[in-house]
Design a protein around this ligand. Structure first.
Ligand SMILES: N[C@@H](CCC(=O)N[C@@H](CS)C(=O)NCC(=O)O)C(=O)O
Length: 215
């Protein structure tokens, strides 16, 4: 039975979709229009009580939080598709470390930048230039640390592609391509090379083509 993925057009959901494509897991999508508030419908809240996408249904099993869903499928289908968790426990530790860095250091800055500079109007948020300026300055500091790391390893957790890299795709794509901030990569050659590599993966391009965001 195919996995049901709710809200395919949203950035957080795209993490999950890329992971499923890399793991060669069959899925079907269920539209949830967040611009119309469908993520707050009582029926949807039974699946995801916090009222955000994504959520997946796999038979009777329901799971939400995009990074938890990636961890789950990368582990469940360990021997299928691309290995996304590293081969040793030490590699796995580094995957977890960089996934946490993405969630707690990278994401808040990238999200605020996008909320105030890109899609805020869809959610009734008035853009605040001060938030944009501060978020970009903080994102630059994070990317400087990435530059140092990526001067030593091809991907964030090591010389292997992982869910830590996947997790960056949707919001870095918004920042670089939808907000026109490619200079953030051009000023950091190792981050730029990493981005060129991960954003040219067929899995990401397939997901982008199939489920374009409404912005
Ligand atoms: N931590 C959650 C965040 C999910 C999230 O913020 N989803 C956004 C779309 S990218 C959403 O549903 N926004 C609608 C809303 O906040 O009402 C995850 O990673 O699954």
């Amino acid at each position: 039975m195919a996995v049901k993925v709710y809200g395919p057009h949203c950035a957080s959901t795209k993490r999950v979709l890329v992971c499923l494509v890399e793991k060669e897991v069959e899925f079907e999508v269920v539209p949830v229009d967040v611009t119309k508030g469908e993520q707050k419908d009582p029926e949807y809240l039974k699946l995801q009580p916090f009222g955000v996408v994504p959520v997946i249904k796999d038979g009777d099993y329901t799971l939400y939080e995009s990074r938890a869903i990636m961890r789950y499928y990368a582990e469940k289908y360990r021997s299928q598709g691309v290995e996304l968790l590293g081969k040793t426990i030490e590699e796995r530790g580094l995957v977890e470390q960089w996934l946490e860095v993405e969630a707690h250091n990278f994401h808040p800055q990238a999200y605020n930048l996008c909320l105030h500079g890109l899609f805020g109007s869809l959610f009734g948020v008035t853009p605040d230039p001060k938030v944009i300026e501060e978020s970009e300055a903080k994102l630059v500091q994070v990317l400087n640390i990435y530059e140092e790391r990526l001067s030593k390893t091809k991907y964030l957790a090591g010389d292997f592609f992982s869910i830590a890299d996947i997790s960056h795709l949707p919001f870095l794509d918004y920042v670089v391509n939808n907000m026109g901030k490619k200079y953030l990569l051009e000023e950091r050659k190792h981050v730029g090379a990493w981005w060129d590599d991960i954003s040219s993966r067929p899995s990401w391009n397939k997901v982008l083509q199939l489920y374009r965001a409404p912005i």
